[in-house]
Design a protein around this ligand. Structure first.
Ligand code: AMP
Ligand code: GLY
Length: 427
């Protein structure tokens, strides 16, 4: 089949690498893609929020199946627009994507379905929110209701910090319309895990676990980012815990969505806090994680395209989801200044040398070819250096060996990706 992948980050490069290797894939397109994706797919210069343009281009090129990477086109109804012209896609409808695009919707659903999550209250007026924070005390968490590119959450250590976050969102409108409503919730303690399940509208199947590193600097210091590295699987989740999470969090959510007439198909990405009393939901995402995808996909033995297509056709029951017996780890190389302002267009050397390190892949997250055919940085997160090995410790060694081949003075990376897993399993 002719396949279109929507997105242009490391997640989409990892998806494209696996899709192009599928015997089912006859032709691969990507919108907008990046310099790495261009090696495996024909890239179209269409931004991911241009729903009508993407739909028209897919139709014009006779695309049979679309894989939607990021949350924005999902929230804007790309899956709905595609199905209206007869093209199935991997990814939920806009109504089902509200699990990610409205935290209030997600919290109300969890309350009805009995999914364990932080106690919460929704607010549309700042005064009510301030009064609630004063009454509850700190620590407490303040969240913009809508999508805010990962920046809408404040884990406030004091009442003053929480009130400043409320005023930021509701008075100063730091997140635009996304902050007109906020959710205030209990602060949970524990280790965070990214848990992924596939869904086809009625059936859910466990996919994989991963853990990412959100803080920008070593030792989990500095501001939060989209993720500076990740590894899979998450050692904290054993078979029994995996089943418990499916039973207590994923299955009741999917059942409630179906009951509401918003059947969820695509990937349900649960951000979990492993607390003393068990797994509790932090948030749902309606898409694959980035950089988690970069470490899950290389471990997958089954045909990814067949799996994603089965999700879109309600045929997930019975498909094979098999894994290689390996771990994977990815180190993100970012432009200096990220997650603040950074320079674009700097030239990256040494990618060919990095590719000679065994079991290692250079995934492009934000790159572009310049007029001279050189690979340049075109975003905050620029490369994801990914390695697979029998253990996370060995994958970490290989990934950093490859990182050390790369000559890019304007870039940086964390040197401690995987530390939490290594504390658990040092070998
Ligand atoms: P979110 O965008 O909802 O995933 O939140 C971003 C980050 O904020 C999460 O990865 C957690 O580290 C933290 N966080 C969010 N909600 C809570 C909570 N209720 N308790 C503790 N930490 C939280
Ligand atoms: N790495 C977290 C996310 O994709 O939201």
């Amino acid at each position: 089949m002719k396949v279109l992948v929507v997105g242009g980050g490391g997640r989409e490069h990892a998806l494209c690498n696996a899709i192009v290797a599928s015997p089912l894939c006859e032709k691969l397109y990507c919108a907008p893609g990046n310099a790495g994706i261009a090696a495996v797919a024909e890239c179209w210069p269409i931004a991911t929020d241009k729903v009508a343009e993407i739909t028209a281009a897919a139709k014009a090129h006779d695309v049979d199946f679309v894989v939607i990477g990021p949350e924005i086109p999902l929230a804007l109804g790309l899956a709905d627009a595609l199905i209206a012209v007869g093209i199935p896609s991997f990814g939920p409808s806009a109504l089902a994507a509200e699990l990610e695009s409205s935290k209030g919707f997600m919290k109300d659903l969890c309350a009805r379905a009995g999914v364990p999550t932080a106690a919460y209250k929704r607010f549309t007026d700042a005064e009510g929110a301030r009064a609630y924070v004063r009454e509850q005390g700190a620590p407490i968490v303040v969240k913009a209701d809508g999508l805010a590119a990962g920046k809408g959450v404040t884990v406030a250590r004091s009442v003053e910090e929480a009130i400043a976050a409320i005023d930021d969102a509701m008075i100063d409108q730091a997140f635009g319309a996304s902050g007109a409503e906020i959710v205030i919730e209990e602060c949970m303690e524990g280790e965070e895990v990214s848990f992924f399940a596939l869904a086809d509208g009625k059936t859910t199947r466990f996919f994989a676990t991963a853990q990412d590193h959100k803080a920008v600097f070593d030792g989990d210091k500095g501001p939060n980012t989209g993720g500076m590295g990740a590894y899979s699987p998450a050692p904290i989740i054993d078979e029994a815990m995996k089943q418990r999470i499916m039973r207590e969090i994923i299955e009741p959510t999917a059942a409630e969505m179906e009951k509401m007439g918003r059947p969820f198909s695509g990937v349900l990405f649960a951000g979990l806090m492993m607390t003393k009393t068990g797994p509790r939901l932090i948030e749902f995402n309606a898409r694959f994680g980035d950089p988690e995808t970069e470490v899950m996909i290389p471990r997958l033995k089954s045909d990814l395209l067949a799996l994603l297509y089965a999700c879109s056709k309600g045929m997930l029951d019975g498909v094979d989801i098999a894994w290689h017996d390996t771990a994977a780890l990815t180190v993100v190389m970012a432009a200096q200044g990220y997650p603040g302002s950074y320079q674009k267009g700097t030239v990256i050397h040494g990618l060919d040398r990095a590719a000679t390190i065994p079991h290692t892949t250079v995934i492009h997250a934000g790159t572009q070819l310049n007029a001279g055919g050189e690979i340049t940085a075109n975003g905050g997160r620029v490369l994801c250096i990914t390695a697979t090995a029998p253990t996370i410790a060995e994958a970490q060694k290989l990934a950093y060996q490859a990182v050390d081949q790369i000559d890019w003075r304007e870039g940086f990376c964390r040197r401690d990706i995987g530390w939490r897993a290594l504390v658990r399993n040092p070998a």
